[in-house]
Structures are given as C-alpha cells and as structure tokens.
Design a binder for this molecule. Structure first.
Ligand SMILES: NC(=O)C1=CN([C@@H]2O[C@H](COP(=O)(O)OP(=O)(O)OC[C@H]3O[C@@H](n4cnc5c(N)ncnc54)[C@H](O)[C@@H]3O)[C@@H](O)[C@H]2O)C=CC1
Ligand SMILES: O=C(O)[C@@H]1CCC=N1
Length: 271
C-alpha cells in the first residue's frame, strides 16, 4: 500500500492516522483526509501530522490504494455517494464503522468492490489498538493481507467472521471506554477517601497498565492472576466480595451485550 485516503476525520480517523504516522510506514503526504464540511478540523490534522487534507472527493480517492470509511453509521450513505463515481474496483474499501455490513457498503458503491470491515479502537493512536477485521464478498486474500498489514502498524489484528463483528465491537471497539469509566469510578472513590487526585490518578494508571501487561506477558489467565492477589480474609477478598454482592458479572454482561445489540441495531437502521 502506498496511499491511503480517510473519508471522515473524527476521533477514530485521527487515532489511526496518529498510529500510522508514528509507525512511519507511509510518506506523510500519502495520507489524505477529508470530512463533511469542517475545513478547520482537517487543516488541524494536516498541520499536526503533516498529512494532506482535501475537500474535493475526486482528488481524495483518485490514487488511493486504500479508502478508509470513518464516518458515523448514519453519514455513510452520503459519504459513499460522494465518492462512488471516483472509486474503482482495484481499490480497497476499509470500513471502521460500527454495525454496518460489507455487503451493504459494496451495494452502496454499485460495484463488486472489495470491502474489509474493521473494528479498531482509539488506542491505535499510540500503537495499541486491538483490531478485528473481516472480509466482504469481493475481498480476496491479498486484500485481507493489506488490511492486516495496515492495522498491524497500529496494534494487533485478528481476523474474525463478519457475524462476530457485533460482539467484537461490544468488547474491544467500545472496551477502552469501559476501562476509563472504571478508572473514573476508582479515582472518585480514592478522592472521597481523602487521597490527592494526582496521586490517585498516578497509582490507578500504573495499576491498569501493569494489569494489562500481566495479562499479556505472564501466560496466566485473568482468574489465576486475580487469585494470586486474593489472600484469604484479606483486602482483595473484601473488595471482590463487594463486587459480587453488587452483581458485577451481571453488570458487565449487560454492558457488553447492550453494546453488541446497539451494533446490530445500527446495522439494521443504516443498512
Ligand atoms: N471512536 C471510537 O472509539 C471508534 C469508532 N469507530 C467507528 O468509527 C466511526 C467514526 O467514529 P468517530 O471518529 O468517533 O466519529 P466522529 O464524529 O468523531 O467523526 C466522524 C467524521 O465523519 C465525517 N463525515 C460525516 N459525513 C461525511 C461525509 N459525507 N463525507 C466525509 N466525511 C464525513 C465528519 O465530518 C467527521 O469528521 C463510527 O462509525 C464508529 O462506529 C470504530 C471503532 C472505535
Ligand atoms: O460508540 C461507538 O458507536 C463507537 C463504536 C466502537 C467505539 N465507539
């Protein structure tokens, strides 16, 4: 891949752009970005990442090997309408849009065009995305390889069946937000117990970071790692029992399933 165009210049597009720029895998001016109308926003991205911003959609997609669709689901149809005269079947469409199927995207283009559906997360901006990808009907092995290479530069990439994309969205697409929400709650509890906010933030941040690395590096399951911390009648046991009494498992299940179901709904509403 030599040139990549982003249709949509919001949080997700910026996270991916930031990750690609840091990985230094493309010439910066071969990363092109456009949005609906907010010229200042794309110009800010252009200045920050030394990439190219354009508003003329024909220019945006003309020589792109990969065109990334990064609009909200309800803006997708208008976005594809604005580029469909200019895209060709030898280009690859990569959609990061929650809920929307590859079949629907191909049908909007009116072409048998290869589409890869991807679900990255905002940790892409520092090279830590957990991305899942799945291939549409017209995508060949080479397209999967191209998409995997792209997302491997901004984290890890796993290939899944398209039907699993809804649950993937519920765990890893939205997942960072759940962790941040947990951190917010822990910070509030620490401050209410009299701890300085900056100290609480520093301790919790390193705790989350360390737990993530332990999950990755130790070879132990989450359950085993938890048990190693939980001394009989100790502090952790007291904390975990409070979580159990408040039905933590049910709350998390409901969180993940609600996100999954919203992804399904978004697909039905916008496809
Ligand atoms: N924010 C996140 O953590 C993640 C978001 N996603 C998906 O990424 C997509 C974008 O999400 P965000 O970046 O958060 O949204 P956002 O609202 O920050 O950005 C959307 C962008 O699309 C542009 N846009 C709208 N209509 C357009 C058109 N007709 N032509 C060109 N550009 C157009 C807007 O101007 C804006 O720049 C969503 O579909 C979401 O499901 C996927 C994974 C994670
Ligand atoms: O909230 C959303 O719809 C998007 C999809 C995954 C993360 N953010």
């Amino acid at each position: 891949m030599k040139k990549i165009a982003f249709i949509g210049a919001g949080s997700m597009a910026e996270s991916i752009i930031s990750g690609i720029v840091q990985a230094n895998v493309l010439e910066n001016d071969d990363i092109i970005v456009t949005n609906k109308s907010n010229k200042e926003r794309v110009e800010r991205l252009e200045e920050k990442y030394l990439i190219t911003s354009m508003q003329d959609k024909a220019d945006v997609v003309r020589d792109a090997d990969v065109v990334v669709l990064a609009t909200k689901p309800y803006d997708l149809e208008a976005a594809v309408n604005s580029i469909k005269e200019h895209i060709k079947q030898d280009q690859l469409l990569v959609s990061v849009i929650a809920g929307i199927s590859t079949d629907y995207i191909a049908s909007l283009t009116g072409q048998d065009i290869p589409v890869i559906r991807a679900m990255p997360n905002t940790s892409a901006s520092i090279g830590y995305s957990a991305t899942a990808i799945s291939a549409g009907a017209f995508a060949k092995e080479a397209h999967i390889v191209t998409a995997k290479e792209l997302f491997d530069t901004i984290g890890t990439t796993i290939i899944v069946e398209e039907e699993d994309m809804h649950i993937v969205t519920g765990i890893s697409g939205s997942g960072p937000a759940y962790i941040y929400y947990l951190v917010e709650a822990m910070e509030k509890a620490a401050i209410d117990s009299g701890l300085d906010q900056e100290i609480a933030k520093a301790l919790i941040t390193q705790t989350v970071r360390g737990a993530g690395e332990m999950l990755k590096q130790s070879g132990d399951s989450a359950e085993v790692l938890r048990e190693k911390i939980t001394s009989p009648a100790g502090t952790t046991q007291a904390g975990i029992e409070a979580l159990k009494e408040n039905d933590f498992d049910r709350i998390v299940r409901s969180c993940v399933e609600s996100a999954r179901d919203r992804s399904i709904e978004l697909g039905k509403k916008n496809g």
